[in-house]
Design a protein around this ligand. Structure first.
Ligand code: NOJ
Ligand code: CA
Length: 682
């Protein structure tokens, strides 16, 4: 691909090669004369610490290009970079290299919560400083960080005389893939990620949200996303009609059509390419977090992962209402009943939706009042009652998309929650954004979502955002940004044709690569015929349990009505399962067919397995267990005759003794699953 790709492991190298392969200059922190370089091809490269992933950078007649290879196989062919602006000349070509530098970085850090207790970050960085040859000689820097599990690159527009305020009309980043890979994706949408995944060849894609995940003919797995989305617009990818198998960055717009309004100096988010030889490599990767800054919250002791129940499912299935009236859900009495249940079962949180005025005016501007409770709801009293019983209330700010109103009230709204003693808030943006023309995923909203997280941090409040901006690893910097929706969650089963069984076998390899998901699992009454005979959850009960392991969230809901949990033997699993892990391993998977994930907390392991619409038996090796140790396995499995369509709730709980030598036979019904706890016997 380009000369002499691989060097000694761990030693980043760079080359500068003129067209024709002659090495005429090696840059050593060097500066090249501009002007005369434009017709030549300048190349440099950097590789991952293990030497397998190689990033090449070149100027093709002055136009920046990057390309990527893994273990000698080309992944990304030379792909364009740059910007077009309103009123300013584009920054796509006419460049010379003004300087390059490399460095190696290695650290191990401990997240406040997460899928593992220690995260290794090890990369080689290449920094390329570019300068346009013709006046006004604008400058742009490219930073590439190459890890063993993928890479990220970002643009920097440094402070400079001839580039101050700017409006980006298009980011010209391309991803020119090397083959017509199999891809799992949801369509591009500037307002929602709530779509079902499709599996198609790459050349059938028109436009997608990220993460988009692919399998190559050689069996490599790739996923494209972004990290540290700060002060910028969210990125979707559209096809480049002129170039085969090439996707192009397409940023969510402002109402005036511009994509990003900025001032130098500024940095873009990282464009990320995760690379793995098996699907587990994607799941176990921490690339997205590693491309974010360390926590800016010093005392994180108040940030606590937890399970929660809610006055929630009852609203979606129409048993109760958000708004006031005879079936109002958020009444003081009903809330107290829920607190009693949570307290008795060791569930730490209770979400209350429909507590504040405005729900009867859904969709109207100025509808929601985020500080005024309905008359039958006593906010102070329920918080006090909960605290006495070890249950904290999760507050709710539904904006209906009316961000203008929320912005005016937010200070008072957070202050109120702080004063009464609420430490976690679910936010919601269901509906078109006010002011009209703004998009959920545009720069204006990216800034809003961040402002909410920062403000919440100042008030000591954790955030669970629905209709959010997608996760890009911000939780590393703001660990109070716990979880979010940004996918078709359980709610869709209440009022649409629902999520097909394969949905949860794709999420771990797409949406979950970005960060935690508030999927709201745990429905036991899968048909809820009493309330909505035409809707159902297309899953078995054991599958619902397995989701607590498969779909990670530090705030994890037990979503069903508490009456469906009361006295139910399978609820024991939900009570036991942790929400914060020391270690995570993918045991087996075919994206879109099935997935088996194991997670460790202390010396205990939990396994979650789910399958699509086909029944399936997996032989899972437990070789990851401590050697010479007996474990007691408690297995929550689909029962005899179980089937997500005809008989979804039949389950069985089995116990056995297992060890590192055991091959566990995991039998799953159609739409089924299995949830397993493994505890050392001694
Ligand atoms: C949509 C959210 O996803 C859901 O969880 C919430 O109950 C409703 N909006 C109302 O806020
Ligand atoms: Ca939603």
């Amino acid at each position: 691909m380009w000369n002499n790709l691989k060097g000694r492991t761990g030693v980043p190298r760079r080359h500068l090669v003129f067209l024709g392969g002659l090495v005429t200059a090696i840059l050593i922190g060097g500066v090249l004369e501009g002007g005369c370089m434009a017709s030549r091809l300048e190349r440099t490269s950097v590789e991952s610490p293990d030497g397998k992933l190689v990033l090449g950078f070149s100027l093709d007649a002055g136009a920046p290009r990057y390309e990527v290879a893994y273990d000698g196989t080309v992944i990304i062919r030379p792909s364009a970079m740059g910007f077009t602006f309103r009123r300013l000349k584009p920054m796509m070509d006419g460049f010379s290299v003004a300087g390059t530098s490399t460095r190696e970085f290695e650290e191990t850090w401990e997240p406040v919560w997460g899928q593992k207790s220690e995260i290794e970050s090890h990369y080689n960085e290449l920094r390329v400083e570019l300068r346009q040859n013709s006046s006004p000689h604008r400058r742009m820097n490219l930073i590439f960080r190459v890890f063993n599990d993928g890479l990220g690159f970002r643009y920097e527009l440094p402070e400079q005389e001839n580039l101050k305020d700017f409006e980006i009309m298009a980011e010209e980043t391309r991803f020119a893939f090397a083959g017509n890979h199999t891809a799992w994706w949801i369509p591009a949408d500037f307002d929602s990620y709530e779509h079902l995944y499709k599996e198609t060849p790459l050349d059938l894609i028109l436009a997608v949200n990220t993460p988009i995940t692919m399998r190559t003919a050689e069996g490599l797995y790739l996923s494209i996303h972004e990290a540290n989305l700060t002060g910028y617009a969210g990125m979707t990818l559209g096809v480049d009609k002129d170039k085969p198998l090439t996707l192009k960055s397409s940023l969510a717009p402002w109402p005036d059509g511009s994509r990003v309004k900025g001032t130098t100096p500024c940095k873009t988010p990282w464009r990320t390419i995760q690379v793995a030889t098996h699907p587990g490599g994607l799941v176990e990767s921490s690339l997205i977090l590693n491309l974010n800054e360390p926590s800016v919250i010093e005392d994180t002791s108040w940030i606590k992962p937890m399970k929660y129940i809610g006055i929630w499912w009852s609203l979606h299935i129409g048993k109760e209402t958000w708004h006031e009236g005879p079936r109002h859900g958020a009444t003081t009495d009903n809330v107290k009943r829920h607190i009693d249940f949570a307290s008795k079962h060791g569930i730490a949180g209770l979400l209350i939706e429909g507590w504040n005025t405005g729900w009867d005016r859904w969709g109207q501007e100025g509808a929601y009042d985020h500080v005024t409770p309905y008359p039958d709801f006593d906010l102070e009293e329920v918080v006090r009652y909960g605290k006495e019983r070890g249950v904290s209330i999760i507050g709710h700010h539904e904006t209906g998309g009316d961000v203008a109103t929320y912005d005016r009230q937010i200070e008072f709204a957070f202050r109120l929650y702080r004063e009464v003693g609420i430490d976690a808030v679910k936010t919601g943006y269901a509906g078109k954004i006010f002011p009209r023309g703004q998009h959920h995923h545009g720069q204006w909203m990216v800034n809003h979502y961040r402002m909410v997280v920062e403000k919440a941090a100042r008030y000591g409040i954790m955030i669970d955002a629905h209709e959010p901006i997608k996760p890009t690893g911000i939780s590393r910097t703001y660990p109070n940004m716990m979880t979010r929706e940004g996918a078709r969650g359980t709610e869709y089963n209440a009022w649409s044709d629902g999520n097909p069984p394969e949905h949860v076998t794709i999420l771990p390899f797409t949406r979950m690569l970005a960060g935690p998901l508030d999927y709201t699992p745990g429905i036991f009454d899968l048909t809820f015929d009493e309330y909505k005979p035409d809707n159902r959850v297309r899953s078995t009960l054991a599958n619902q349990l397995a989701l607590y392991v498969v779909l990670y969230s530090p705030l994890q809901m037990a979503a069903d009505l508490i009456k469906n949990y009361d006295g139910h033997p399978a609820f024991e699993f939900i009570m036991q399962v942790p929400v914060d892990w020391d270690e995570t391993r993918l045991l087996d998977a075919e994206i879109g067919d099935y997935v088996a994930i194991a997670r460790r907390k202390g010396r205990d392991w939990y396994i979650g397995c789910v399958t699509d619409e086909d029944s399936r038996t997996l032989d899972l090796s437990l070789s990851f267990l401590e050697a010479d140790t007996e474990y007691r396995a408690t297995i929550y499995a689909d029962g005899p005759g179980c089937d997500f369509e005809s008989n979804p709730a039949v389950y069985q709980i089995k116990a056995s003794q297992v060890g590192a030598g055991t091959i566990l036979k995991v039998e799953m019904a159609r739409g089924g699953g299995q949830a397993i706890t493994l505890r050392p016997s001694n």
